[in-house]
Design a protein around this ligand. Sequence first.
Ligand code: SAH
Length: 352
Amino acid sequence: MSLRDRLITRIHSDGPISVADYMSDCLLHPDYGYYATRDPFGTGGDFITAPEISQMFGEMIGLALAQVWLDQGQPNRFALVELGPGRGTLMADILRAVRGVLGFLDAAEIWLVEASPVLQQAQAKKLAGHTPAWVDQTADLPDLPLLLVANEFFDALPIRQFVRDGDGWRERRIGLAEDGLTFGLAQRQAQLALAHRLEDTRDGDIVEHCLAAAPVLRDIGTRIAKNGGAALILDYGDWRSLGDTFQALRKHAPADPLDAPGTADLTAHVDFEALAKAAACAHTRLTPQGVFLERLGITERAQALAAHAGDVAQDRIVTEHRRLTHPEEMGNLFKVLGLYPENGTPPPGLTA
Ligand code: SAH
């Protein structure tokens, strides 16, 4: 039986499902889920992420986190955490970049939050030589100062979609048509969590709501407020989400999200305002990834790498630098939000 057949059977017996329920099954169903059953990254896969484009990305993040550690008095133990580490490339680049920061690695406990067994294996392999530990959720992390990074994690969390109708909202659901799955709309209802969106939307507008994100941010923020540290959250999205951003990618091209469930990456833009509001600590201004990386010195790093490279490698470094930073590539679409202790200083590259 395919995941599509299972979903059809489920909808037959229980009725239409939310976009969030659909996304959860497609991404993380233990037997059919996209992430649960494969490694989707790279040129041969379905999509490519910043750490897979260039080592410079992880190096900049690593040095920014090390600077936070220095600024906060070099705590002798802390949790170095990544949410959704994919192949483990970002963490590997972070760990390599900070080798020169005396005492940092000795103080670091490496924790990875990863739901996919296949990707956990890839991470273990990539990080051989270090001793990472895995947890299912941030609530299971130790009670220590926290230095955390999440790149393209929150866009993979399930979202619900609502269409404005007068003073209420109709949820977009997935039901059955003659030839398979189709979108439909539930009855109009009030939605407490969307009360603030009655101010900036009109009839017919679509608003997305990620139920799973707030508890994660609340937990991270509480830890930073209590024990110190910082978090860097990088993803595509904006301060406030508006419109339908639910999308599928297969082999680097957009696909129909309802086609062949479980075989394409499904994402939605991140609503950074919701993340910032849920965190019980200070947050930075939402900053474009290109600006953030430039402030951290990615151009100098690219020049240093290019100085020792042959012609082909030099061209590659220039292309990679451009992809990560240029406003027409990932520089503007991707944003960075930093979390830090109230009365503390924002992480390097970001402003209050
Ligand atoms: N950060 C990596 C991978 C991004 S893809 C990179 O930039 O390359 C999203 C990652 O989040 C994958 O590792 C996926 O398995 C993981 N993931 C998705 N939903 C998750 C959840 N609910 N809990 C834990 N990990 C999850």
